[in-house]
Design a protein around this ligand. Structure first.
Ligand code: DAH
Length: 493
């Protein structure tokens, strides 16, 4: 390869010249960071191919001009972003759905995760996530809540962008500043102000503020998590909110015209918030639980066993989880409660009382259709998709087309002080994609003398549509070994 640095003009600072020279050197020895490959798509030419790379630096713009064989192309990028990329291996900005967002010290989104944004499985016809959304929606539209004129009371919002502000995701639903759910290690932050929503509750406040008092929100949500058959960093939720005026709540009660939603000088107890009357809360609680039990029966049949478990959420009080018994085990399917009055007050609906709930759609679809692994939802394999493209999908039971053998590989390393396991899980997902079925921490060791900590992980590789060769897996595992030290500041043992 021949590389020429063509022109460097007077405005070019010496740092920029250095950066450009380094870039050329990196290109020459084929060591451009892999993350830069998308920016320089043609750079990693086979060394047998003769090419000329010319670099012009002009007024803060850098032009990398390549000529090889008969083709000629130029790649333009600004010098600050080039410098940033050379120093950190990243662009200064992140592009999501055609918009640019600045990166900062809070950024945790990865290219792998961003490739899922905009896919919206909840809106893909015949996809099991869409089917389950439609069944729940139909329950609310048709079976449960027709108003006097026969129109559905509820409306559904399933096209809201998953890119939200941290204020929408946390502050608007009263999540305290120091709450554990805000942790950088658990969320996909775009930067300090923006993130991929971690729950559909992020939209409650805005929709109430728009004047809605009965609505459903379905959407993809994003959380950094462990890797196994029921956890995937993108999953789907359905949120529901119903608000009542005093008249709506009490109209069916005898003597209801004397009852009140609110009372002064009362205390918060396990049963209710300070502002609510006990009779109002008990009626809303009854409606909420009755609705969700009937919805569960609509999905799983009348004989499904259910139980309520008391819990806490920042946005509701009192709060409950609903568990269903499935194959002998209690499984949590949703969270719900009486909405915090402070939330309604700040959204301009302080004169109403309401309930809210959030259901996990992937879990429900896995149970309903017998889907054994959450990764299957992302499969584009015809053998998966076609099983749901039937006229009446209500009774479809998924027939596995693969139980290809797993391949196991272990990796052990010494940890830096600020290490978080979720960083490793994200790194493995980036390197190996959906070939990883499971990552398990199998040894957590502290050296008795030096106090240094070490983790050993077992990675299970298994494809859902083909037999993996050992050679293929060894290549991935080797790349993981080579790059994990630089990415996570660990030391492989
Ligand atoms: N946002 C909660 C979660 O993701 C689920 C939830 C619980 C939603 C209670 C609600 C609710 O609306 O009232 O875990």
């Amino acid at each position: 390869m021949v590389v020429e640095l063509l022109s460097v003009d007077d405005h070019t600072s010496s740092d920029v010249k250095m950066a450009a020279t380094r870039l050329v050197a990196e290109v020459l020895i084929n060591r451009v960071p892999s993350s830069a490959c998308t920016l320089f798509p043609k750079i990693l030419l086979p060394s047998s191919c003769s090419a000329y790379h010319h670099i012009h630096l002009k007024h803060n713009r850098c032009v990398l001009h390549q000529t090889y064989q008969v083709q000629s192309r130029s790649v333009h990028f600004s010098v600050p972003s080039l410098q940033n990329k050379l120093e950190t291996g990243h662009d200064a900005e992140i592009e999501i759905l055609g918009k640019q967002y600045p990166r900062d010290d809070f950024t945790t989104v990865t290219p792998k995760i961003l490739s899922r944004v905009g896919v919206s499985l909840q809106n893909q016809n015949h996809h099991p996530i869409c089917l389950i959304k439609e069944r729940i929606r139909d329950f609310f539209f048709i079976l449960a809540f027709l108003n006097r004129r026969g129109n559905p009371l509820f409306s559904i919002y399933d096209h809201l962008s998953p890119i939200v502000t941290t204020a929408q995701n946390f502050d608007s639903v009263l999540v305290p500043q120091d709450h554990i759910t805000r942790k950088k290690g658990d969320n996909y932050y775009i930067n300090r102000d923006m993130m991929l929503r971690a729950h559909t509750s992020a939209h409650q406040h805005d929709l109430v503020q728009c004047g809605l008092d009965c609505f459903l929100v379905a959407g993809d949500v994003y959380r950094r998590d462990e890797i196994d058959s029921s956890h995937y960093p993108v999953f789907h939720q359905m949120e529901g909110v119903r608000l009542y005026t005093k008249h709506e709540l009490f109209e069916k009660c005898k003597g209801g015209s004397h009852l009140e939603l609110f009372e002064a000088n009362s205390a918060r107890t396990d049963l209710k918030q300070e502002t609510h009357t006990l009779e109002a809360v008990k009626l809303v609680e009854h409606d909420l639980k009755d609705t969700l039990i009937r919805c569960t029966q609509h999905l799983f049949g009348k004989d499904i066993e259910t139980q309520w478990v008391e819990t806490t959420f920042p946005f509701t009080h009192p709060s409950w989880e609903l568990e269903i018994k499935f194959h002998g085990e209690w499984l949590e399917t949703l969270g719900c409660g009486i909405m915090e009055q402070q939330l309604l007050q700040s959204a301009g609906a302080g004169d109403k009382i309401g309930y809210a709930f959030g259901l996990g759609l992937d879990r429900l679809a896995m149970l309903l259709f017998d889907i054994p692994d959450i990764r299957l939802f992302w499969s584009t394999d015809e053998r998966f998709i076609s099983q749901f493209q039937v006229k009446d999908p209500t009774s479809v039971k998924f027939k596995p087309f693969s139980s290809y053998p797993p391949v196991y590989q272990d990796i052990a390393f010494w940890l830096p002080t600020d290490y978080e396991s979720n960083n490793f899980y994200d790194f493995v997902r980036t390197m190996a994609g959906d070939l990883v079925e499971n990552v398990q921490l199998i040894d957590d060791f502290t050296h008795p003398k030096t106090n240094r900590k070490s983790h050993c992980y077992r990675i299970t590789y298994r494809s859902m549509d083909k037999v993996l060769t050992l050679e293929e897996i060894n290549q991935i595992q080797d790349r993981i070994r080579e790059q994990v030290e630089g990415e996570l500041s660990v030391q492989v043992r």
